[in-house]
Design a protein around this ligand. Structure first.
Ligand SMILES: [Zn+2]
Ligand SMILES: [Zn+2]
Length: 278
C-alpha cells in the first residue's frame, strides 16, 4: 500500500515582527490579543510524508511551535532559507531539542547518559553558512551543526526539496524552496520581491501549489527601494502566481487582517496550525 500524500503544516505565518506587535494598538493587533484570528508567530512550516518530517526555517518562535505539537518529533531534516532573525534564531533551541529528543537528558534535567545523540541534519544554501556561523559560534566549535544544502537538493518526507535564490529587495537576497513529487510541483517563497523572469521560468511556472509571503496588504505608498517582500496587491497581480492552481499567502504582518481582505478564488491566507495536502 502506498503511503498517504505529504502534508504541510504552517507552524507560523507572521512577518519578522509577529502579530500582535509590541505596543501596537491597531485593530489587527488588538484582535490578535483577544480572539486571535490574526495571532501569528514567525514563519515556519513542517512537512510530513513517507514517515519523515522536514522543517522549513527555524525562527524565534520555534520553541513554542515545537512544544505545541502533539508528540515529540525530531525532524528528519531542516532547511534554513536565509540568515534573517525571523527564520534563524530558533537554531539554538533546535540544537537543544535534539539533545532532549535523543533521551540524553532525564526528566529532571540530569544526563541519562545512555543514549547517543543523533544530530538533526540541518541544511542551508552554501552562501548562507558564513552568516550563520559567527552567530552560533558555541555550536560550531565542534562538528558544525549546519551544513551546505547539496545543489541537487534532498529527498525527504516523500519530496524532492531544492533551494533557489530570490531577490529580497533592500535586504539583498533570500532563498525559496521547490517541493516536488510525481504529480505535484510546489514552491515555498516567504521572503521575496521583484522575482526576475528567468527565476520564474526555471522555478515558478506551472505550479500546483504556491506558498507566497506577502507582508503587507498594499504598500504602493511606500518607497519601493525600502521594500523587501511582495504585498497582497502585487501578489494577486503576478501572472505566475495567478497561474498556480492553489495559493496560500504567509509571512503576514499586522497590516493584513485575514477577515477583511478578499482574495482570488483558490487563494487563501495561511494561519498558524493550518495543514494542507502537498
Ligand atoms: Zn522573513
Ligand atoms: Zn528575510
Amino acid at each position: 500500500m502506498s503511503s498517504p500524500p505529504p502534508t504541510l503544516r504552517f507552524l507560523g505565518t507572521a512577518d519578522s515582527k509577529g502579530v500582535p506587535r509590541f505596543w501596537c494598538g491597531c485593530p489587527v493587533c488588538t484582535e490578535a490579543r483577544t480572539v486571535g484570528i490574526n495571532r501569528r508567530t514567525r514563519s515556519a512550516a513542517l512537512v510530513s510524508g513517507a514517515g519523515e518530517t522536514l522543517l522549513l526555517d527555524c525562527g524565534p518562535d520555534l520553541h513554542a511551535q515545537l512544544a505545541r505539537l502533539p508528540g515529540p518529533l525530531v525532524p528528519s531534516a531542516v532547511v534554513i532559507s536565509h540568515a534573517h532573525n525571523d527564520h534563524l534564531l530558533g537554531l539554538g533551541d533546535l540544537l537543544d531539542y535534539a539533545v532532549y529528543a535523543s533521551g540524553d537528558v532525564g526528566m529532571n534535567g540530569t544526563s541519562a547518559g545512555a543514549t547517543s545523540l543523533v544530530p538533526i541534519p540541518i541544511f542551508t544554501p552554501a552562501g548562507v553558512l558564513p552568516q550563520i556561523e559567527p552567530r552560533f559560534q558555541y555550536a560550531f566549535r565542534r562538528e558544525p551543526p549546519v551544513r551546505p544544502l547539496p545543489e541537487e537538493g534532498l529527498h525527504v518526507a516523500g519530496l524532492h526539496v531544492r533551494a533557489f535564490r530570490v531577490p529580497h529587495g533592500a535586504n539583498g537576497h533570500s532563498h525559496a524552496f521547490r517541493l516536488d513529487r510525481p504529480g505535484l510541483r510546489a514552491a515555498y517563497v516567504t521572503d521575496a520581491i521583484d522575482i526576475p523572469e528567468g527565476t520564474v521560468r526555471d522555478w515558478l511556472t506551472d505550479l500546483d501549489l504556491l506558498i507566497l509571503g506577502t507582508s503587507f496588504g498594499d504598500e504602493s505608498a511606500a518607497v519601493h527601494a525600502g521594500r523587501s517582500v511582495y504585498d497582497v496587491r502585487e501578489a494577486t497581480a503576478l501572472p505566475w502566481a495567478r497561474s498556480a492552481r492553489r495559493v496560500y499567502l504567509t509571512h503576514l504582518s499586522h497590516d493584513v487582517d485575514v477577515r477583511a481582505l478578499s482574495l482570488p478564488e483558490e487563494w487563501a491566507f495561511a494561519r498558524d496550525g493550518l495543514e494542507v495536502g502537498i
